[in-house]
Design a protein around this ligand. Sequence first.
Ligand SMILES: Cc1cc2nc3c(=O)[nH]c(=O)nc-3n(C[C@H](O)[C@H](O)[C@H](O)COP(=O)(O)O)c2cc1C
Length: 198
Amino acid sequence: MPLILETVVTTLSPAGDLHLVPFGLIREGDAYILAPFRPSPTIVNLEANPYFAASSPRDIRVIAGAVTGRRDWPVVECEAIPAKRLADSFGHAEFAVEAVEEDATRPRFRGRLVKATAHEPFIGYNRAQAAVLEAAILSTRLHMLTPDKILTEMAYLAIAISKTAGPREREAWDWIEDKIASALGRSERILANPGAAP
Ligand SMILES: Cc1cc2nc3c(=O)[nH]c(=O)nc-3n(C[C@H](O)[C@H](O)[C@H](O)COP(=O)(O)O)c2cc1C
């Protein structure tokens, strides 16, 4: 299995509008592959502007927000490519698309690393941030999973939230919980009873 890094990817639309979404970047040798499922605004953008930035947000709400309709996070200009990147990140990388593997379901855009910069010290991993990341991914796959599977996974992830979340992680978790509850037509929340089987 290749290494996959979960990042916040920013692209520009043909009209120059920012598009900010989480993506797993697949490491392949010196390059990183971006593989969006069709249909995808990111694909449209990369076909018009073959550059993307990948950022590691300090605030996990950026990832939870991006999958719950909150995509308005501050960005700044990239230094080496005509693109923008997340302003508040541990670091970011700037890529130029050097090749495209066409595919009816999931084309692969091969990104050549143009520049990578560290911005803030990374002091340590946080379990609640990792749990929000997993919950965010889960929330983009609700159409493929049974309610039982979703609730079982969320109940496990909630343990890390209850033990290690700060206010931002807690708020990010609540956004995902709300999305999942509304998709499943539930009114109760999992975190009230973390670890309990559904
Ligand atoms: C951490 C994380 C990683 C993700 N990785 C991918 C990915 O590699 N490919 C993909 O199609 N969607 C991925 N998703 C879901 C996308 O963020 C979501 O579907 C988004 O709308 C895709 O952008 P697009 O609409 O421009 O295609 C990921 C979501 C999260 C939270």
